[in-house]
Write a protein that binds this ligand. Structure first.
Ligand SMILES: CCC1=C(C)/C(=C/C2=NC(=C\c3[nH]c(/C=C4\NC(=O)[C@H](C)[C@H]4CC)c(C)c3CCC(=O)O)/C(CCC(=O)O)=C2C)NC1=O
Length: 186
């Protein structure tokens, strides 16, 4: 797996150059935004179990055949596998966000996942729906603006000190990792 630093080294080495202008500028902003990044990872990690259960519940509400006989979240063994997969996916997205690079997500989680799902009859469109919900939740938690109408009495704010742009660049980066999951399953 690579992170923002090792990625810069690998790219420079591939073209036999020294690490220079653009690479250093992007690493400089990676360092400058380091605390935001850690807050963003924490916003996901410390809300993960709530996010996963809510995303899977939402997916099932929209498609109740999943928990009826013949559905892929029936019986409980499959429901448990589905919740576990939601947790795995969110965990690898949080690793990618921490590293600033998608390789850990691609290599250790997404590689072969579509084929596994096809072989087991796990419906990719439903998994994609759950991932879309987690993408929206992650954006809300990183911005520290969870929606009262969705969260109800479980609403939890982290008290993020960054208010001017609500960590827009980190939200965009996190969203791009969820988009990679969606692309890998499409
Ligand atoms: C580290 C990376 C990693 C991933 C990603 C992973 C996924 C993974 N999910 C699996 C199963 C599964 N995954 C699901 C998931 C779902 N069913 C649904 O209807 C929903 C749409 C969806 C949840 C969102 C289910 C139900 C199974 C069990 C399928 C079966 O045994 O029939 C399996 C087959 C083996 C097992 O059951 O444990 C693997 C390998 N394993 C890994 O090691």
């Amino acid at each position: 797996m690579l992170d923002a630093f090792s990625r810069a080294v690998v790219n420079a080495d591939a073209s036999t150059k020294c690490i220079g202008g653009d690479d250093l500028a992007s690493l400089r902003s990676f360092v400058a935004e380091g605390n935001r990044r850690l807050d963003a990872v924490n916003a996901i990690a410390s809300n993960a179990s709530c996010m996963v259960s809510d995303a899977i519940a939402g997916m099932i509400c929209e498609n109740q055949g999943l928990i009826q006989a013949g559905g892929n979240c029936y019986p409980n063994r499959r429901m448990a596998a589905c919740l576990r997969d939601g947790e795995i996916i969110l965990r690898y997205v949080s690793y990618a966000l921490l590293a600033g690079d998608a390789s850990v997500l691609e290599d250790r989680c997404l590689n072969g996942l579509k084929e596994t799902y096809t072989a087991l009859g796990v419906p990719a469109t439903s998994t994609i729906r759950a991932v879309q919900i987690m993408k929206a939740q992650a954006a809300a938690h990183i911005k520290d603006q969870p929606s009262e109408s969705f969260a109800g009495n479980r609403l939890r704010k982290m008290g993020s000190p960054v208010v001017e742009d609500r960590c827009a660049s980190i939200v965009a980066e996190a969203s791009s990792y969820f988009d990679r999951v969606i692309a890998a399953l499409s």
